[in-house]
Design a protein. Sequence first.
Length: 113
Amino acid sequence: MKEGVHVSLNEAIDKGPPPQGNLATPIYQHGSMVAELYRPIGQDPQTPHERDEIYVVAKGSGSFYNGKSKVHLDIGSFIFVPAGVEHRFEEFTEDFTVWVFFYGPKGGEESNA
């Protein structure tokens, strides 16, 4: 019988900094889905990713630049970024923390919208 998985924000933070070569700390993986915790310090050096991703703000606030425009973020904000799109967090608080979920194939999934 399969069971669900629960990881609290504090448990994820307690896993410590990301491994060398990674910007985020890996938390859980299932199939194509990878969950990570991202806590940028000072600036966000991200480059476009090969897979679709979702961010959910867990702590703090800031702005999100999606390659064309900027939006304000606070706790609970949801962001979807298609594969290959330039993006980064800006003007974020010292405690800014986001859950990151990568999924699907390289190049992203097809949109039905």
